[in-house]
Design a protein around this ligand. Sequence first.
Ligand SMILES: C[S@@+](CC[C@H](N)C(=O)[O-])C[C@H]1O[C@@H](n2cnc3c(N)ncnc32)[C@H](O)[C@@H]1O
Length: 194
Amino acid sequence: MNSSSNQSLTPGFFKALYQANPDPWNFKTSAYEAQKYAATIAALVKPRYRSAFEIGGSIGILTEQLADRCEAILSIDVSDIAQSQAIQRCQHLPQVRFQLMCVPEAFPSEQFDLVVLSEVGYYWCPQDLSKAQQQILDHLEPKGHLLLVHWIVDAEVLPLTGDQVHESFLSLPDLRHLGGDRTEQYRLDLFERV
Ligand SMILES: C[S@@+](CC[C@H](N)C(=O)[O-])C[C@H]1O[C@@H](n2cnc3c(N)ncnc32)[C@H](O)[C@@H]1O
């Protein structure tokens, strides 16, 4: 555990964050984020994916880039302020669908061949991480890919560190690790459902 909190950060936390600033992590302007998004897309080893699920799509910058590689994407977030910006950004992309959803309280019923979890896992407490992992496994088709990307600098306010999130997925027997990368600030790992 990173801090004494054993509760996931709530939708209300993210609502307040986006109310105070519609782009709280400067996704639109940050050179660091742009480089990380390029590395994220480059890590996808299949040229095309049939149906992707993006957890915590925020304002849709990564969503828009993922759309180039996917026949269909469902992007979900807990924040309507974030998602309305994503809808606007991706309005030229008919393959992208949006839904307000809090994982693991809810999860789509369909099967995916790609799940993207970028900068979301450390907001979950260990119990919710474990529930989300089971949901991801249940809805990732055999040979489907899971891409994880997380900031690895320790932040006391988060329930888990990025490394704890990745190590936890690495311990799951139903996932085969295909490869990864680690910079000073973030870590990226790609898995295949066995
Ligand atoms: C740091 S942003 C990451 C955005 C994007 N994935 C990226 O990598 O640029 C985290 C997003 O996850 C959303 N989020 C946090 N907890 C969530 C949950 N339990 N279910 C769905 N979305 C969540 C937040 O509202 C926020 O928009």
